[in-house]
Design a protein around this ligand. Sequence first.
Ligand SMILES: Cc1ncc(COP(=O)(O)O)c(C=O)c1O
Length: 412
Amino acid sequence: MSRDRAALEALDREDPLRGFRQRFALPEGVLYLDGNSLGALPRAAMARLERTVVEEWGEGLITSWLAADWMEAPRRVGDKIAALIGAGPGEVIVADSTSVNVFKAVTAALSLRPERSVILSETGNFPTDLYMMQGIAAFSGGRVRAEAVAGDAVLGRLGEDVAVLLLTQVHYKTGAVHDMAEMTRAAHAAGALVVWDLSHSAGAIPVDLNGAGADFAVGCGYKFLNGGPGAPAYLFAAQRHHGAAVPVLSGWLGHAEPFAFEDGYRPADGIARFLCGTPPVLGMAALECGVDLMAEADMGALRDKSLRLGRIFMELMETHCGEFGFTLVSPREDARRGSQVSFAHPQGYGIMQALKERGVIGDFRAPDVLRFGLTPLYLRYADMLEAVLQIRAVCETRAWYDPRWKVRAAVT
Ligand SMILES: Cc1ncc(COP(=O)(O)O)c(C=O)c1O
């Protein structure tokens, strides 16, 4: 199939999602392939933040906790995210960061399997997931062990000692997708519970937590949900676990009656027990705009476009950059690929810096991976060609070779 500019622009004209691009404030001259790391700014968020700051905070002051419904925001936005990830109302709460929610979900799952001692994950999982389980194990004083094995060895390792399996559905570096239903079934058959990290899944691929029988899940608000820098994260707990899973982070807002100010902790009924402290109202307001926008999009159309963008990007890389030594690290097969395409290259860091200087923004993950996030709401098919031609230009001119990039920046 022809992949020239005219053919790609024709695809853009027929794209059922083409109207979404103008709902984002995208800078001129920038090709943004990093929405898997920090989503773009929904225009609605600018007005919403101004209203929240000027009217709700400035004028309403503390009365806005009730008058502007700040108090309900974690549940309200949680319910909206639930609809995107195959969860029911009252099963998702917005709170804290993903790291903290990993802690909350894993310790809750451990409390449901007191006779078992292992938290299992895969090597190469996103570091915070591994670090949090290592921290829990260290804090447990020897009762709990954290163990990570290669992805293809996870099912074989499920034994009578495994309490919790902690996996990321779409791998942050490669974009490879785990079969959530199959892994959950296998873990349950072995008597373990599963915590899914959906940071690269929600808003990127169809997710069906309840269809898969998932126990707990967590995920970021600032990636494909376009919730803004440092947006609060979310936590899913299947309704069947609400009664027995007792939070370890037993903060006052997860109490059954926070404003009774009792000395003793009594967990709230339902998902509210996974709240800990005061919600970040400004971040929540921005996140809600991103989630509302995502909720308008048809997930089938979104997935079709995401996969097609990926196929086109990979084909164009072969055609235009085949001689420059890139190795595809994302699965070529559609069913196994999330909404990103990654390549390994020995000069990956310099290539990405040179690309950013040319207005093509992706990111770099050590030791050698260039990640290109493909966000169907605001990317066009023709953008794939522009990006690949810029990658070619960087390689042809060896623009990646620059003394400025000898030292890596704090954020890559
Ligand atoms: C899979 C995954 N989990 C967790 C995180 C980190 O979440 P947070 O910084 O909100 O704790 C990331 C960040 O990129 C991620 O990719």
